[in-house]
Design a protein. Structure first.
Length: 181
């Protein structure tokens, strides 16, 4: 987002020259340059043997399950965000988030840092933020997540990481998703 007014003091921002960025909105009163940066958020595939933790959030996708996601808070590492969001949304404890690459979501100016993380312990206790959460078969995930393109790319990477060699997990690729919910 290109800032016009200072989010701290409300004054109209000036332009200040920055070497590699060119003109950047600048508040002389607060001495802050407001770079046009995306918001960082995490997406995580939590895996427990042949299961994966999926949510339903109809405000995101009506007919699709999704992975756990959340915004990175100031003061934490992205790996800490992964562990915190999984705990908050599902009650599950995970360890050693493994980075699987990033995706830029232009419509929301999000930089989505994607991970997989291994289940450690805990029973599912759904937060109010979440409509529904449960373990799905890893082999059904791509079908159940039909609308979530970014999430599906993460699941494909997870299947590779786990050296999955079957084709059942990919049966949705021809566009006929037999799993409806
Ligand atoms: Zn200001």
């Amino acid at each position: 987002m290109k800032f016009e007014y200072c989010p701290k003091c409300g004054r109209k921002l000036e332009e200040k020259y920055s070497w590699d960025e060119g003109g950047v909105p600048y508040c002389p009163a607060d001495d802050i340059m407001y770079f046009d940066t995306p918001k960082p958020c995490i997406v995580v595939a939590v895996v427990k043997e042949d299961k994966i933790l999926l949510l339903r959030q109809s405000y995101i996708f009506k007919n699709s399950k999704v992975l756990i996601s959340g915004y990175v808070s100031n003061g934490e590492s992205v790996e800490e965000t992964v562990i915190r969001e999984v705990k908050e949304e599902t009650g599950i404890t995970v360890k050693e988030p493994k980075y699987l690459g990033s995706e830029f979501l232009a419509s929301k100016e999000l930089i989505m840092l994607t991970f997989m993380a291994e289940y450690v312990d805990g029973e599912i206790t759904k937060s109010d933020e979440v409509e529904w959460v449960d373990w799905s078969n890893l082999e059904d995930a791509l079908c159940e997540m039909c609308e979530d393109e970014i999430g599906k790319r993460v699941v494909r990477k997870v299947l590779k990481e786990l050296r999955y060699e079957g084709d059942k997990a990919y049966r949705c690729d021809n566009g006929t998703c037999e799993l409806k919910f």
